[in-house]
Design a protein. Structure first.
Length: 345
C-alpha cells in the first residue's frame, strides 16, 4: 500500500487522525499495462509531476497542487493564529503533529528503491531530513518538537485551539470531500504493488542487494529498516530524533548507495513509476467527474472554515488532542494514506 511519507522520510510523523468513508461506485475497471523497460526517472519529483493523480493526492497539503492553490492546512493554521491575535507566532506555534503533506515533497527513496546514485553517496537516507548530511525538510514542513514553552502563554493556548480546529477540519474532509481521493488512492496502490512487472523488478532488486551483502525481501522493507535504524520515525509527544554518529552516517550512506545501484540494475524505479502512471491515468479518466466534485466540495469547506475561525476559537479547547503512539498491532490514525513519497500524511 502507498504510505504517506510524512516529513520527507517521515512517512508519517505524528499526523492528524482521519476518518475516511469510501464513496459509492467509483469506476475500478482497469487494464494491466505493458511498460517494458522504461528508463528510471531523473528524480521522484520528476516522475510525480507527470502523474495525473499527484495533484489530487496533494490536495490540502501542497499550495501549488493546481486544484485548490493555497487552500492548505498550513494556510488554515496561519489564518487561525492570526484570528487568535498571535499571527507573529504562527511559524513557531506548531505542535509535533501535522496533516499529511501529500506528494508535493517527494524523497529520493521508498518502495521504488533509491533514485539517484549521487544523492545516495552524499546524503543517503538522510536526504531531506534536516539532519547533518541531509538537504533539510521540504518546503511547507512544520518543525516537530518546536519549543512552545518558549512562547507566551496566550500563543500556546492559541496553538492548541488551532491544532484542534485543523484536526476537526482534516477529519471532516477525509470523511467527505476527499473520500473519493482516498478510495482511488487505495485502488491504485493495490494494483501497483500487485503488478507482476513490479514484483519481478523487486525480486531482481533483492537479488542484486544480496550480492552486495544486504538482505531484504523488497525495497520498501529496506527503506523502512533504514528509517528505524536511524531513528527517523518520529514518536508523538517525543523530542525529535538525534543526529546519527559519524559511523552510523557512513553505514547508512553505504546502504543507500547499494540501494541506488541495484535500483538502476533492476530498473525498479523505472518500472514502478511507469506502472503507477498508467494506472493513475486509467483511474482518473474513469472518475474525473467524481474527483472534480470532491475538489469543489473541499474548496467550499475550506472557505467556510476560514469564515468560522473566530467562532471556533471561542468554543474550541486549548488542550491539543494529540495522537498517542499506536497500540501493539494497531497502526492508529495516520491521516491520509497517499502514494509512497518518503516525504505523507
Amino acid at each position: 500500500m502507498r504510505t504517506s511519507t510524512g516529513w520527507g522520510l517521515l512517512i508519517c510523523c505524528a499526523v492528524l487522525t482521519a476518518c475516511t468513508a469510501a464513496p459509492k461506485g467509483p469506476d475500478a475497471t482497469v487494464t494491466t499495462p505493458a511498460v517494458g523497460r522504461p528508463p528510471a526517472p531523473a528524480s521522484v519529483a520528476a516522475a510525480m509531476s507527470s502523474e495525473v493523480f499527484t495533484p489530487y493526492a496533494a490536495l490540502g497539503a501542497a499550495d501549488n497542487d493546481g486544484l485548490a492553490p493555497g487552500d492548505t492546512y498550513d494556510a488554515l493554521h496561519t489564518a487561525c493564529m492570526n484570528d487568535a491575535g498571535y499571527g507573529q507566532y504562527a511559524a513557531d506555534a506548531q505542535y509535533p503533529a501535522r496533516t499529511n503533506r501529500g506528494l508535493g515533497f517527494p524523497q529520493a527513496y521508498g518502495p521504488w528503491g533509491y533514485v539517484g546514485t549521487a544523492l545516495a553517496a552524499q546524503e543517503g537516507f538522510l536526504a531531506g531530513t534536516g539532519e547533518p548530511g541531509g538537504a533539510g525538510p521540504g518546503p511547507g514542513a512544520s518543525q516537530p518538537g518546536s519549543p512552545l514553552g518558549n512562547l507566551p502563554t496566550g500563543a500556546q493556548a492559541a496553538a492548541g485551539k488551532c491544532f484542534n480546529i485543523l484536526e476537526n477540519f482534516n477529519n471532516a474532509q477525509f470523511a467527505h470531500s476527499m473520500s473519493i481521493i482516498e478510495t482511488l488512492n487505495n485502488y491504485i496502490s493495490t494494483d501497483v504493488i500487485e503488478d507482476s512487472q513490479f514484483k519481478k523488478a523487486d525480486r531482481n532488486w533483492s537479488a542484486c542487494m544480496a550480492k552486495n551483502g544486504f538482505s531484504s525481501p523488497d525495497a520498501g522493507a529496506f527503506w523502512s529498516q533504514a528509517q528505524d535504524t536511524l531513528g527517523l520515525r518520529a514518536t508523538p509527544g517525543q523530542p525529535p530524533p538525534t543526529a546519527p554518529t559519524a559511523a552510523q552516517n557512513k553505514t547508512q550512506i553505504a546502504s543507500a548507495v547499494a540501494d541506488a545501484d541495484c535500483t538502476l540494475t533492476s530498473d525498479l524505479a523505472g518500472i514502478y513509476f511507469a506502472v503507477q502512471a498508467n494506472y493513475e491515468q486509467q483511474f482518473v479518466s474513469a472518475n474525473e467527474q467524481a474527483l472534480g466534485a470532491g475538489v469543489r466540495e473541499y474548496k467550499a469547506a475550506f472557505a467556510k472554515a476560514l469564515k468560522t475561525l473566530p467562532t471556533l476559537l471561542q468554543t474550541t479547547s486549548a488542550t491539543p488532542n494529540l495522537p498517542g503512539p499506536p497500540r501493539p498491532g494497531h497502526h492508529g490514525g495516520h491521516g491520509r494514506t497517499t502514494k509512497p513519497s518518503p516525504s505523507h500524511s
